[in-house]
Write a protein that binds this ligand. Sequence first.
Ligand SMILES: O=C(O)CCC(=O)C(=O)O
Ligand SMILES: [Fe+2]
Length: 275
Amino acid sequence: MEEEAHKFFSKPVSEKQRAGPANPYGYGCKNIGLKGDVGEVEYLLLQTNPHFITSLLHNSNKYISQDTNNFRCAVIGYVEAVRELACEVLDLIGEGLGGAYPPSLFTRLIREVESDCVLRLNHYPPSDACNKIGFGEHTDPQMLTLLRSNGVEGLQISLEEGVWVPVNPHPESAFCVNVGDVLKVKHVTRYPVMTDERFVSVKHRVVVKSYKARTSMAYFAAPPLDAKITSQSPIYRSFTWGEYKKATYTCRLGDVTARLNHFKIMPPPPPLQED
Ligand SMILES: O=C(O)CCC(=O)C(=O)O
Ligand SMILES: [Fe+2]
């Protein structure tokens, strides 16, 4: 997969643009999302369903690769392997939450045929100026992210407002695992799931270092669009993953609070005063 990503990003810009626009799937350059966020990044966003990949390569007007078969096999093989890893991690998380949860609760959601998992290939070209924002601060909205890079630094996490800590890549490209908003906050029903904020979706960003291009591959494990998410807190109404995903598209990248505000239950108006 790394080789295919490398081949894709090495092509001239005009050719890469034939795989765009990212609406939301396809090739995007600098623009992230629909709300004016920009970064020194180009990317290829793919749905992970094999039917989607095949139809994107063969039946859409997006041109991604000359050797469609190689590209298709690389994506499908990588996604299958990384999904298994995601399932192992999710099972451990389920176990860690205690025996109150049926086994494989989370993994069933991402193994479903209609699960909304996504693969994002990111490429940060080397820049003349050091410390430019490649990918602005955000949390991943899905359940779990497995991120692998080509070993070039740039990823940072923030556990405390304003304090950024580098996540130095392992020389052999270990995976970085990020909890997403859905796993953090709530109760995903279809099968009841609840983490009650015992896991936190950590803010992260990418700062571009000048000397070498960074490539990363992020697998976002997500439930089907109609999976229902129910918060323990009385402040939020239940919503589906599809609704939450839509809300993320209508907010700036870093505005996690605004995403959730879509689902806030308005307090009742104060009672009328009698004279
Ligand atoms: O490229 C990276 O290391 C991080 C990318 C990222 O955070 C994302 O695609 O959501
Ligand atoms: Fe991210």
